[in-house]
Design a protein around this ligand. Sequence first.
Ligand code: C2E
Ligand code: MG
Ligand code: MG
Ligand code: MG
Length: 286
Amino acid sequence: EARKKGQNHTIMYEPSMADKSVHFSQIQEALRSALSRGEISLHLQPQFNTDTSLLRGFEALVRWNHPRLGPVSPADFIPIAEQNGTIIEIGEWVLRQACEIHLKELLPLFPEALMSVNISAVQLGDPDFAAGVVRILEETGLPPDRLELEITESGLMASVESAAETMTQLEKLGIRFALDDFGTGYSSLNYLQKFPIHLVKIDKSFIHDLSGRQNKSRMTESIINFVHMLNLPVVAEGLETDEQLTLLRDWRCDFVQGYLFSRPIPAGEAPAYVRRILNQPSPVTP
Ligand code: C2E
Ligand code: MG
Ligand code: MG
Ligand code: MG
């Protein structure tokens, strides 16, 4: 785990990243030029229908490869990018890149596939956000109903009124919204009715704890049932074992995503991945 020391503005990363401590201000500066230096890239991780084993689509996950630090986790740099505003530019790049690849490379192979893109609270709170999404869809030509935006509860809390308005506007175009990391925040039931949410993603901390932990299992099953009662589908993220898949199947979890099927792969490798799974029994099949 990376440790953040806000007090003295020092961030310490895992030895695997680079056994160095780096000043917060240096990271901030490095982020400002990361895009123009080509250090930012996109990985894609597939999602599958639990029942039919069919590919549902991909989640786009941003990657930053710093020349000296090596790969920096988005869990570490997204909060910094949110703080210094670079998330707006990075987020736009991610969205455009994801839409472009999806339309040109993946939809021709699998027209039903969705592309899911993570959206930060700062982006959602930006008054220009909706217009930016519309512009990117127009420029890339991606049909809006092939795009899903992943929002967290904290993202919704940050600006309740404007978020609802922005989402309603985009929903009318056919864009879907997924509530990400469900179960880790306040999990306020309010959010599910106040905002146009089309799908809920159960946080991977629930999935990892499934084996053996009775309480966690019951909670996960209840969350799935609860979301289903609202007529929304559920994605479980972070599946790593067959045991977890068996449980989620029993509980009628709609979609699954995790290392069990595939790690996030460089976007350039995604078309070959799709071709491979279309010619093979799906990886979800036991
Ligand atoms: P998230 O949106 O909840 O994404 C799921 C995270 O779980 C990803 O981490 C993914 O690589 C990881 N994961 C997937 N399957 C497994 C598994 O089986 N086991 C384990 N242990 N992990 C798994 P990643 O890529 O490091 O991203 C971390 C978080 O950073 C994301 O959580 C999301 O909140 C944020 N993030 C990533 N890309 C973007 C982006 O383009 N924009 C924004 N705003 N946030 C992003
Ligand atoms: Mg996500
Ligand atoms: Mg998540
Ligand atoms: Mg997360």
